[in-house]
Ligand binder design. Sequence first.
Ligand code: TYC
Length: 101
Amino acid sequence: MSDAVTVPRTRTKPKTERPKLHKVILVNDDFTPREFVVRVLEAEFRLSEDQAYRVMITAHRRGVCVVAVFTKDVAETKATRATDAGKRAGYPLLFTTEPEE
Ligand code: TYC
């Protein structure tokens, strides 16, 4: 009997799929004050005042703006917290999420 050891000639590398990232989207409305939107973006998404202003003004002009991308859980939690901050102040401010392609 042969002592030959069979060495596999191809390696099967276990593939770990990266979790799909989800966008948090700021939606424009006619009632929430610009300054309030900027403050929420700074507080919840850690944007600088400059970044927050740009995101706010883009949503104001175009209707929506992507704030940032996160894993699904983090995106949903942040969108909910930011929307709730508006609600508590009596504004219809809305953040939604959607998966990245
Ligand atoms: N459009 C609002 C205003 O003129 C400001 C605003 C900007 C509100 C972006 C929501 O996502 C928003 N006061």
